[in-house]
Design a protein around this ligand. Sequence first.
Ligand SMILES: Cc1cc2nc3c(=O)[nH]c(=O)nc-3n(C[C@H](O)[C@H](O)[C@H](O)COP(=O)(O)OP(=O)(O)OC[C@H]3O[C@@H](n4cnc5c(N)ncnc54)[C@H](O)[C@@H]3O)c2cc1C
Ligand code: SF4
Ligand code: SF4
Length: 485
Amino acid sequence: MNSFYIKTNRVFTPIRKYGWIFTLLVAIGGLWYPKLGLLVLPVMLTLTILSFFKGRYWCGNFCPHGSLFDSLLGPVSRNKKIPKFFKSKVFGTMFLAFFMFNMIRKILKVSALYGTMLFWDKLGFIFVASYLMVTVVGGILSLLITQRTWCNFCPMGMMQMLSYKLGKLIRANKRTDQKITVASKDMCHTCGKCSRVCPMQLTPYLEFTDENQFNSEKCLRCSTCVVNCPAGILSLNTEKKARAVIEETNPEGYENRQKIKAKIIEVLDLNDEVKQYTFQLINPKKVDYKAGQFILVKIQEEPKMFRAYSISSYHASGTELSITVKKDPKGYGTDIMFNRFKVEDVIELEGPMGTELVIDKLAEKVVFVAGGIGITPFLPMVREVLDDENKKVTLIYGVNKENEFLYHDELKELDLQSDRLAFKQVVAFDDNWKGRKGFVTDILKEMNLDGHKVYLCGPKPMIQPTVKQLVKQGVKKDDIRYESA
Ligand SMILES: Cc1cc2nc3c(=O)[nH]c(=O)nc-3n(C[C@H](O)[C@H](O)[C@H](O)COP(=O)(O)OP(=O)(O)OC[C@H]3O[C@@H](n4cnc5c(N)ncnc54)[C@H](O)[C@@H]3O)c2cc1C
Ligand code: SF4
Ligand code: SF4
């Protein structure tokens, strides 16, 4: 089974990346020069005040230990599930009480030396020792479990949560408190990626409030989930700004999303790494669908999680649909689908949904650009264009190796049948391929794209240069629509 938690872009600002230097300076340097420990006092003061207004923002953005765990130890961490014990409130509170008791006891003992040369060294060493303890214990947990295991019961984190609670109680942080906000719950793919990349292993997507915000006091406001959400619907915002984001979001194309029970009636191996699954809808028996839309497929119940797949073919009766899935070598969901999904299984679907690739009714000249598995939405889209006698379409299909082409015969056949379809294939890295070599952008460069609407689907590394190329050729941004598979 592939790993559930993903180590991915932790959004490294310079402070997050190099903050660990401060940790080592105090924890190691302090062994020789104990006064360095006194630097921890302004840190403690700042984090307590900041958390009153912004929750654990410090932990996700400025904490030197956090930087050590994420930046230095993260890449070699085993990235396992954090045991419930470390996450429990009881353990966190007991650990805070123990830590504070010890700290106060030591400070009282050292205070007897006040006025002597030794006082500042002894006081500093109290903080050096605690910094070193966090570095060693937190570091070990970081390596053995996951990088932010310590942060679940860190006394400074607990102190911030108390200070934040106070801010909330007296309603002093309403304008400053930024929380993870979802622009529209209907647009969420329920893919769980926000949870899988979360350094605290929280589950924002299962806990959005009626105000579309994630209220967890443990949230570090690190924005890792924001940059990794495939639907691009997350942001870090105050309650007021969240309301504005929700109002500005147009959930068109998602309003008909519905839960569907469906039976797998066929599993076809298209090649070693691609399977086509055909579902018969059970309840409801029929759904409305627009070519270019996608559907969510439930891959597991606990925690609830779906994967998005473009509908690659749709039965005219509206009672059957197919998706085409490429196995991701590191993928969690495709691992489950390839190994467990079989004919006769009843699976939960949600959708159909999405607007990006739904063809503009008024467009007469359209270009479809597909990269690899990104061909899937274009199969029904080509048919839809060909059903409208006013429309002409060019389909450019690029892959890395010839054997990656899917539905080749079907598309060739359509190409032969209609002079309103121009089907162009291009292969990037295959010496045995006799046809056009290169990238989809090479073909676009040769085309006059005046008055065309362009629809793209493929991996991110294909989308960005292609959009750039299209804009260079004078295609308006509004006439370019894309989805990254
Ligand atoms: C609108 C839409 C339509 C789509 N249509 C299709 C389609 O028609 N066909 C299709 O095949 N796919 C499609 N996809 C993609 C699909 O939803 C899944 O993302 C894809 O199948 C991979 O799922 P997975 O759970 O196997 O991968 P995941 O486990 O989610 O992994 C995805 C990627 O995350 C990274 N990753 C995962 N685990 C780790 C780890 N432990 N360490 C480091 N990196 C890691 C890897 O880069 C991996 O490639 C579509 C996506 C969207 C948003
Ligand atoms: S929920 Fe998002 S912002 Fe909060 S800790 Fe997790 S990844 Fe960071
Ligand atoms: S990452 Fe997935 S589950 Fe989380 S908000 Fe985005 S679309 Fe929804």
